[in-house]
Design a protein around this ligand. Sequence first.
Ligand SMILES: Nc1ncnc2c1ncn2[C@@H]1O[C@H](COP(=O)(O)OP(=O)(O)OP(=O)(O)O)[C@@H](O)[C@H]1O
Ligand SMILES: [Mg+2]
Length: 291
Amino acid sequence: MNAGRSPAPVPRPAGVVELIGAGYAYEDGPAVLSDVDFAVPEGRSLALLGRNGSGKTTLLRLLSGGLRPVSGRLRLDGADVSYDRAGLTRLRTTVQLVVQDPDDQLFAASVGQDVSFGPMNLGLPEAEVRERVAESLAALDITALEDRPTHLLSYGQRKRAAIAGAVAMRPRVLILDEPTAGLDPHGQERLLEVLDRLRSSGTTVVMATHDVDLALRWADRAAVLAPGGPRTGPVAELLDDDALLDAARLRRPWGIAVGRVLRERGLLADGEPGPRTPEELAAWAPAAREG
Ligand SMILES: Nc1ncnc2c1ncn2[C@@H]1O[C@H](COP(=O)(O)OP(=O)(O)OP(=O)(O)O)[C@@H](O)[C@H]1O
Ligand SMILES: [Mg+2]
């Protein structure tokens, strides 16, 4: 396809954004992260897991430029991020972080104003700002809330409005800190549908979560913040590693536990992936009976 064009011999960066040998400590505090290498590969969905206080939020803030590593560096598309205005703008238009508590993110009077803030701040023409706001409100299914005061929204609606604000920046990487926490089951499912749509339109999605079942069914890759540092890999592989789960104090996902039972009973071949959800188990079960 590229015949006739000689590709430049530039080494491919491991991720869109990448921390290299990064360390961070809050003022007067001990090191939260030390010598961390962490890449966000483009086009993947990544679940970040780890117990309370393991540094998930800190890591996400380092990746999105809200915090600056005290040692090591952050790279964007293979180049070091400069923490000046231009460098941070470049980072912000590529990577957007949605913080856990929507009240830390929403500040404008109405939903529409809040969502338009980022694009307006980029100095985009008004028509494009309007287009982006309409697009992201529709993506989050909150078009009807555009004129509503943010403080009158329910928690789940505020969460959606906060995510819409990030989506309006059309980031290549959308990072969400515990986006499903505090949502009811229906709200969680709707949010996952939104994230799946963003993912199929090419957005790389990173999510910190405590929900190992959600991570198993939603993510391609996982990163587990264990005391020895982050471990990354295919989600089904990482969440099947008892030693790692114990070290990170994580529960074994339901799907992994079911897969083990099925293998023990000879119903699933070694190496064959097990069902990740009750629905997948139900779809698989009749076929197993016939086979
Ligand atoms: N603003 C801050 N000032 C000082 N220390 C902080 C600050 N924010 C976090 N820490 C400390 O840094 C460590 C990592 O916190 P962080 O919030 O990154 O963890 P987390 O994995 O996101 O936890 P959780 O699952 O509870 O959200 C903790 O020991 C925490 O007390
Ligand atoms: Mg956190």
